[in-house]
Design a protein around this ligand. Structure first.
Ligand code: PMP
Length: 441
């Protein structure tokens, strides 16, 4: 065992993963872990997909990598065509990167450059939502609304402010309908733009379904339509962060399809390459592409591994597998199954307040009191205990939260691979029920 790896948590020596088998990961002692979170909503095809493996081997045999400053490649071009053929309306180009934070960084810089090309250099400000996560590099961290992650690294790089997320379980008032609630929170964006000055705001960034920071929270109907109207009214770009909720996770290829709008820029990553290779991308609307093309002519940004041929080949094989095997149908069927099974198990549980989500992106929120929705005292470290106990039980789920700096509630995110079966959904729920019993015993 090496003592030279700087693990994310230097106090913990994690078990060594040595093999993958469908929705399971196996460690060096032969223990099997049911991957009910797809890592961090990454492994949408499971861990040993033969088609992706074959595509990677074939590509490495031909050409593993050629620097994109010199060359294009077949996998990069085919993947871009494939993504645009299935992209939300208005998306015309794909800018490849190596992961989610890089995609958010690129989108933020593209938004800045767009306004420079238009002769509006003062449009630099970014508005995002509280309790949001958009990545850990300093630029992406600057816009995220996850206060405890930000604080120790301040001052950050981009001027950003935060409006309320659309989080009906916590915020919708008894005297308003879902639609009224959606308009009320969306209108905070307009107020923020007017307060900051209409000529100063470059972009609004939001996840269509919030993943890591809130546990699969979708907006109420009409919220994103209103957001789109406000952005259009003030010339603010809409950046949709689908790094976690995109590429089929919520039952449609893009989560935003369910809201009836599209963004000006959209980031994608995790499910794009399904974990077989590191890859991310920005889907770029024609409006932005044309402004850059007719201005300085090229996007002034770049990374060594962007458009990596092997990563693109893996992503192309992943996207074809999702379509050819009709996996989105399974995402919808098993997503309902998971929701129903969790509800049947926990409907009357004293410490579970909400079970929600879309497709195979489901969240369970813990509360100290179901009637008042009072969150647990963070000192109880509920989500850390859930993670540790579940892992000991051979279940990977993704807990986050704690009542820190306005981030409300402990929750767990489930994001199993799209190949999950009825029986495995049953296993996830029974292992989770055992875990919850142990934590609250
Ligand atoms: N945006 C969102 C919405 C995410 O969930 C994440 C990762 N959890 C990121 C950006 C950052 O992606 P990465 O970890 O690949 O840099």
């Amino acid at each position: 065992m090496s003592s030279h790896v700087l693990h994310r948590n230097s106090l913990v020596q994690p078990p060594r993963a040595v093999a993958g088998d469908g929705i399971y990961i196996i460690d060096a002692n032969g223990k099997r872990y049911l991957d009910a979170s797809g890592g961090a909503a990454v492994s949408c095809l499971g861990h040993s997909d033969p088609d992706v493996r074959a595509a990677i081997i074939e590509q490495v045999g031909k050409l593993a990598y050629a620097h994109s400053g010199f060359f294009s490649s077949d996998p990069m071009e085919e993947l871009a065509d494939d993504l645009i053929a299935h992209a939300p309306a208005g998306m015309e180009k794909v800018y490849f990167v190596s992961g989610g934070s890089e995609a958010v960084e690129a989108a933020l810089k593209m938004a800045r450059q767009y306004f420079l090309e238009l002769g509006e250099p003062d449009r630099k400000f970014v508005i995002a939502r509280r309790q949001s996560y958009h990545g850990n590099t300093l630029g992406a961290l600057s816009v995220g609304g996850n206060m405890w992650r930000r604080r120790q690294f301040e001052p950050l790089l981009i001027d950003a402010s935060h409006v309320s997320p659309c989080y009906a379980y916590r915020d919708q008032q008894a005297n308003e309908t879902a639609e009224q609630y959606g308009l009320r929170v969306a209108n905070e964006l307009e107020e923020a733009i007017l307060t900051l000055g209409t000529g100063r705001v470059a972009a609004f960034v939001a996840e269509p379904v919030v993943g890591a920071t809130s546990g699969a929270v979708a907006a109420v109907p009409g919220y994103f339509k209103r957001i789109r109207e406000i952005c259009d009214r003030y010339g603010v770009l809409l950046i949709l962060d689908e790094v976690m909720c995109g590429m089929g996770r919520t039952g449609t290829l893009h989560a935003i399809e369910q809201e009836g709008i599209s963004g000006d820029l959209q980031t994608i990553a995790k499910g794009l390459g399904a974990g077989y290779q590191p890859i991310g991308a920005v889907l770029v609307s024609g409006k932005i592409d044309r402004a850059i093309a007719s201005g300085s002519g090229f996007f002034q940004h770049g990374h060594t591994y962007q458009g990596h041929a092997t990563a693109c080949a893996a992503a192309l094989a992943t996207q074809r597998a999702i379509r050819d095997r009709d996996l989105l149908a399974n995402v919808n069927i098993q997503g309902e199954n998971l929701q129903n099974a969790l509800t049947a198990q926990f409907a009357n549980h004293p410490y579970i307040g909400d079970i929600r989500g879309r497709g195979l992106f489901r969240g369970v929120e813990f509360v100290a009191d179901r009637a008042t929705k009072e969150p647990f005292d963070p000192a109880r470290k509920i989500n850390a205990k859930i993670k540790k106990t579940a892992f000991a039980n051979g279940l990977m789920c993704y807990p986050m939260g704690g009542t820190i700096d306005g981030q409300l509630g402990d929750h767990v995110l489930f994001a199993p691979p799209y190949i999950v079966s009825d029986e495995q959904i049953g296993d996830i729920v029974s292992l989770f029920a055992k875990t919850v019993d142990q934590v609250f015993a």
